[in-house]
Design a protein around this ligand. Structure first.
Ligand code: CLF
Ligand code: SF4
Length: 496
């Protein structure tokens, strides 16, 4: 499946982090067409378009040490986790209902809760019905890759243009520490041999898909001390075999999730460790940095989950006129594209704010900034309503997207662990290392506390495009003189 799981299952990105205007401009037109409205394959698109997952695939053919699919919790947001397992017929009804109610939903992914290709009949029946009933929806699948080579033809039959393979290693010695077993040719294979077979199948499947022009994204779970040193080599290898994008995601491991890594106390990476590795891999490969490690039944924009609005009983009660919905979808998506084009032009013009800095011989140091947004590529969220912040690095050369931080997913892991913290304290912790936070509005108390923590709140750029506003704030900070500053490392930790 997509990200690892209760822990995570196998998730999905873009070169989007680089800058300012159209990140897809360098791609050939037919590829741009495939990714321009895919929220995972294009960082820019994730501000505007939504995806949903159909949880039709319960079984898995391997075991990952970061996965436990039994877990379900309203606050859970890791791949592999679902509230309702659906039949293909139920899934298609739900997808049509979501498409009618969320016109910016452009992609349907099957990502679990097990492995979609270990459940080929359920997966392909869902794709078959959808390709007939909702041909405007892009189809996407995420797999561990074990069964992939044998199913490439069927994936192509339904025009599935986007496939994610979770590849955590290319060395069986490393693999044996991540995968205790696989189910292969009707028997369980363990240890190094299991990893060898899995790696071979993953690489073969990747080559076959690339040869057919399918866009393959590779997800890798960064597991400190296990495969972190190895993922640069993975990035090179998958690029050589035609992967389009690499998504290095942090391990999520908590004892309460019941995964092997969680119970063994295996830690996840810090923000800095993750970013450093992503930057190293980026030398060879386009990187995805906006992944939200979605549940296998997620619905909505990345980072939000509207699954509760589309439970089976609610869907059954809905009257859906899909012909009318198609019309509305086309209108809404045309308006989004017009808006994106206008934003790109405006940002291109106003990034001029950086142009005087670019001319300096030794540019000023970069600055991390946080943004509160509810989508649309603009600063439009109240500080107190933000459940996550987008993190950007502004420098004299560009404004680049670094990642996102959830306000309730962080902990230093130290003595304060387990103590009751206010949401504001958690938010301050999540914003460690940032020097400014841009939002639509902010109250007096958080303003004071942010300033005390060395983070400058800024509500002056409400409703402005994100990159344009960040460039302007950076230019102002430089003009006032940037103080020396050290970064703080904050580990990932899923909330209890
Ligand atoms: Fe889903 Fe994955 Fe398709 Fe996206 S998710 S199957 S490519 S439609 Fe996206 Fe979610 Fe990250 Fe996956 S944010 S976990 S990368
Ligand atoms: Fe879990 Fe299977 Fe996905 Fe691994 S591949 S994370 S075991 S569902």
């Amino acid at each position: 499946m997509e990200l690892p799981v209760i822990g995570q299952a196998s998730g999905c990105s873009s070169s989007g982090c680089g800058g300012s205007s159209d990140q897809l401009a360098h791609l050939p037109a037919h590829i741009r067409e495939k990714v321009h409205n895919h929220p995972c394959y294009s960082e820019e698109a994730h501000h505007h378009y939504a995806r949903m997952h159909a949880a039709v695939a319960p079984a898995c053919n391997i075991q990952c040490h970061y996965c436990n699919r039994k877990y379900d919790c309203a606050n859970e947001s890791r791949p592999g986790v679902v509230s309702e397992l659906l039949t293909p017929d139920q899934a298609v009804r739900k997808i049509l209902a979501v498409a009618a109610n969320i016109p910016q939903m452009t992609v349907l992914g099957i990502a679990g809760p097990g492995d979609p290709l270990a459940n080929p009949e359920r997966t392909f029946e869902t794709f078959r019905q959808l390709s007939e009933k909702a041909p405007d929806i892009k189809l996407c699948v995420s797999t561990n890759g074990l069964a992939l080579p044998g199913l490439v033809e069927r994936l192509c039959e339904y025009n599935i243009d986007h496939v994610t393979i979770t590849i955590n290693c290319i060395d069986p010695e490393v693999g044996a520490k991540i995968y205790p077993w696989i189910f292969w040719n009707n028997r369980r294979v363990k240890g190094r041999k299991a990893a060898e077979i899995l790696i071979e199948q993953q690489q073969k499947g990747l080559e076959m898909l690339s040869a057919r022009g399918v866009l393959v994204k590779v997800n890798s779970v960064m597991i400190p001390g296990v495969n972190d040193h190895h993922l640069e080599a993975v990035s090179k290898a998958v690029k050589a075999r035609g992967a389009f994008l690499h998504n290095v995601m942090p391990l999520i491991a908590e004892p309460g999730h019941g995964t092997f890594f969680g119970l063994m106390g295996q830690r996840g990476p810090t923000h800095d460790e993750l970013q450093t590795l992503q930057d190293k891999c980026a030398g060879d490969m386009a990187m995805m940095r906006h992944c939200r490690q979605c549940r296998a039944d997620a619905v909505g924009m990345l980072g939000e989950d509207r699954g509760g609005d589309f439970t089976l009983d609610k869907v059954e009660a809905m009257e859906i006129d899909y012909a009318a919905a198609m019309q509305r979808r086309a209108e809404v998506q045309a308006a989004i594209e017009a808006n994106r084009e206008a934003q790109r032009k405006k940002t291109g013009e106003t990034l001029v704010a950086l142009s005087s800095l670019k001319r300096q011989k030794k540019g000023p140091r970069p600055v991390l900034m946080a943004v509160a947004t509810s989508g649309g590529g603009i600063i439009n969220q109240h500080f107190g309503h933000a459940r996550e912040f987008l993190i950007y690095e502004a420098s004299s050369t560009d404004v680049r997207f670094i990642g996102h931080r959830k306000t309730d997913l962080y902990c230093t892991g130290g003595d304060s662990c387990g103590e009751a913290e206010t949401k504001l304290q958690k938010t301050l912790r999540a914003l460690a290392g940032c020097e400014a936070v841009l939002c639509a509005k902010i109250g007096f108390e958080p303003w004071e506390q942010l300033e005390r923590a060395g983070i400058q709140p800024n509500g002056e750029h409400a409703m402005e495009p994100i990159e344009e506003a960040l460039a302007a704030v950076y230019a102002e900070m430089v003009a006032k003189g940037l103080p020396e500053r050290e970064m703080t490392a904050v580990p990932y930790r899923a909330s209890a």
